[in-house]
Design a protein around this ligand. Structure first.
Ligand code: CA
Length: 370
């Protein structure tokens, strides 16, 4: 297996080669015209759905921008804006689509109002894990479908982060049966929200920065966010008693970088390659960061803050799974393109699940055996 460091080293050497090739041409034309010509600096704005510098997510967007700045040798400089700095979180998609900013960082399920099918490109309840999602997007036809979907909106999407399996959320009452979800006003985005709706709850879609005060004031009864690393940073343990798992609704959410098509087309080829490959690096690095940091944060939540961790009962999860199957299947019937995305996703999910019975799950089970 090739390590990430090795891949990074290979990428740097590839980019170095491209950069040198570019310099060669530049020098040739400089010699023919003037000796004072200098390399042009292109400046881009990146708007995000995250609070500025928020651990993991905001810093993940910063990391992507820094990668582009570094790999381009400063020729393409990307400035990151937190939610609300240039546009509100939920206007990220439109801002990049119309060119107010050249790039954005967020998640496709935030834009379900534009097209409900976009949600397949972030996460589906009881769907793919982070590892499986990367397989579908990079090697299973998923990214081509995603690019087709966003092309109509003048955007190029790239996977640009993943947090792994999330937690189920913060509650102030115990969830013992499916009826305990009735009347519950919970922040839960995407298709998971629709599943909660069918279970009798009221889903609310709020950006992360508003969740703590919404829990504190009682505007919402419960919230999910991400996992221990991010949830500790927001301090949800101060406003909720129980921390439930597993995150059935977000088993491996793919975050996105979105790029304005005209801005991308205007770049020279080597800078285009740098932008796309920087997204790949940022995608892998975020998952590595979350895998390492969630562990420590979980210990802090339990040992320092005495958070009560609870598992959703099997009956509740079984009911949520059957409601999820209904919701996802109905989404596929919306139009021909939705059906195409659903068919690609479902057929990959079926095959990868069969393989992971023998590989990931079999190994994790045997490792846990005493
Ligand atoms: Ca979440």
């Amino acid at each position: 297996m090739i390590s990430l460091n090795r891949i990074t080293a290979l990428l740097f050497s590839l980019l170095l080669t491209l950069g040198l090739a570019g310099c060669g041409e530049q020098n040739k034309s400089d010699t023919a015209t003037t000796s004072t010509a200098k390399v042009e600096t292109i400046r881009w704005k990146m708007v995000t759905t995250w609070p500025k510098n928020f651990p993991g997510l905001g810093t993940g967007a910063n990391n992507l921008a820094e990668k582009i700045n570094q790999l381009s040798g400063g020729r393409l400089q990307v400035k990151v804006y937190g939610s609300g700095e240039l546009v509100p979180a939920m206007e990220t998609f439109d801002a990049v689509s119309r060119g107010t900013a050249q790039m954005g960082h967020g998640a496709a399920y935030y834009w379900k109002g534009k097209n409900a099918t976009f949600q397949f490109f972030s996460t589906v309840p009881f769907g793919l894990t982070a590892q499986e999602m990367n397989g579908w997007l990079y090697n299973g036809g998923g990214l081509e479908l995603w690019q087709e979907a966003y092309a109509k909106h003048n955007l190029i999407p790239m996977p640009a982060g993943n947090m792994g399996v999330q937690m189920g959320g913060w509650f102030n009452k115990e969830i013992k049966t499916i009826d305990d979800l009735k009347g519950l006003k919970m922040r839960i985005p995407g298709l998971g929200g629709e599943v909660l709706n069918r279970a009798g709850g009221t889903p609310v879609n709020l950006p992360g920065g508003e969740l703590y005060s919404a829990m504190q004031s009682g505007t919402i009864d419960a919230t999910e966010w991400v996992g221990p690393y991010n949830d500790l940073a927001f301090g949800f343990h101060k406003v909720a008693k129980y921390y439930y798992f597993p995150g059935w609704h977000e088993p491996g959410t793919s975050l996105e970088a979105i790029i304005n098509k005209e801005a991308f087309s205007a770049l020279p080829k080597d800078l285009q390659a740098i932008v796309l490959n920087a997204c790949k690096l940022a995608n892998h690095e975020m998952l590595a960061e979350y895998t390492a940091r969630n562990n420590d944060a979980l210990v802090t939540l339990v040992e320092k803050h005495q958070v009560q961790i609870k598992r959703f009962p099997d009956d509740v999860l079984n009911k949520l799974r059957s409601l999820s199957d209904e919701v996802v299947a109905e989404l596929a019937k919306k139009d021909a393109f939705s059906q195409k995305v659903f068919d690609s996703y479902s057929s990959y999910r079926k095959k990868v699940m069969a393989w992971h019975e023998y590989s990931e799950r079999a190994y994790l089970n045997v490792r846990a055996e005493k």
